[in-house]
Design a protein around this ligand. Structure first.
Ligand SMILES: C[S@@+](CC[C@H](N)C(=O)[O-])C[C@H]1O[C@@H](n2cnc3c(N)ncnc32)[C@H](O)[C@@H]1O
Ligand code: SF4
Length: 217
């Protein structure tokens, strides 16, 4: 029997952090004043368990995919060393099991300081660019952007990241979750915020066409 592509990839979800800097109303992560910051040692410990599992289960698969997400991966400053260690370990395991391991990173892009994000991307590109399949960021219609400033911040960072990924072999996906709140928002009369979200959404549609053009080259 023919194998489906998805059956040839061993998939993993790695929730690095439980906390986040935003507070989307639909989110299952609760970000309250009582949210405790996840300890870096704890992240690395859980990551080691995941890598040990990959080593045990990879046989028969063409590829391993790790989706890394949260909470939010990149808003807290100074986590470079933790991510560098994680990607060093992935590279080491990839060589040991002789099977490609590719990662997807999910981020909300709702932070002014993007140094951690770009430092991590630069590091991966330096040690082995194939370790990163791409990045995804969420552009949910409702409940994510409470102010126009947040929409603009997301737009600015998405354009910056699009420029970066467009010049490299990785993709940027802008994803939307069709939540109950989104459906209500789409049907609601136009207020200033919804109007701007719709305008930016149109721009993203155009950008996704650009992505297709870039990938064809
Ligand atoms: C939990 S977030 C973590 C990554 C990052 N903070 C972000 O928002 O993109 C990962 C994805 O889950 C989606 N998500 C969050 N809460 C959800 C829910 N209650 N039901 C379905 N998807 C949800 C988000 O829209 C996002 O695309
Ligand atoms: S940005 Fe992501 S993790 Fe944070 S509250 Fe929103 S959906 Fe949840």
């Amino acid at each position: 029997m023919r194998k489906l592509i998805r059956d040839t990839i061993l998939p993993y979800d790695f929730i690095a952090f439980q906390e986040c800097n935003n507070n989307c109303i639909f989110c299952f992560q609760k970000n309250t004043a009582n949210t405790h910051f996840t300890d870096e040692a704890d992240v690395l410990e859980r990551f080691d368990i995941l890598l040990a599992d990959i080593e045990k289960k990879h046989i028969g698969y063409k590829e391993v995919q790790i989706d890394m997400t949260g909470g939010e991966l990149f808003f807290r400053k100074g986590l470079e060393q933790m991510y560098f260690t994680m990607f060093d370990k992935i590279l080491e395991l990839k060589k040991k099991i002789n099977t490609p391991i590719r990662c997807l990173l999910g981020t909300n892009l709702l932070y002014e300081d993007t140094a951690l994000l770009f430092n991590v991307l630069e590091y991966i590109n330096k040690i082995d660019p194939t370790l990163l399949r791409g990045i995804f960021t969420s552009f949910d219609f409702a409940g994510r952007f409470r102010t126009i400033q947040k929409v603009e911040l997301h737009r600015k960072n998405t354009l910056k990241l699009l420029d970066y990924t467009g010049k490299r072999k990785m993709y940027l996906a802008v994803v939307s979750v069709l939540t109950k709140e989104a459906i209500h928002k789409m049907m609601a009369p136009d207020d200033k915020l919804s109007k701007r979200i719709k305008e930016v959404y149109d721009e993203y549609y155009v950008l996704s066409q650009k992505y297709i053009d870039v990938s064809k080259e």
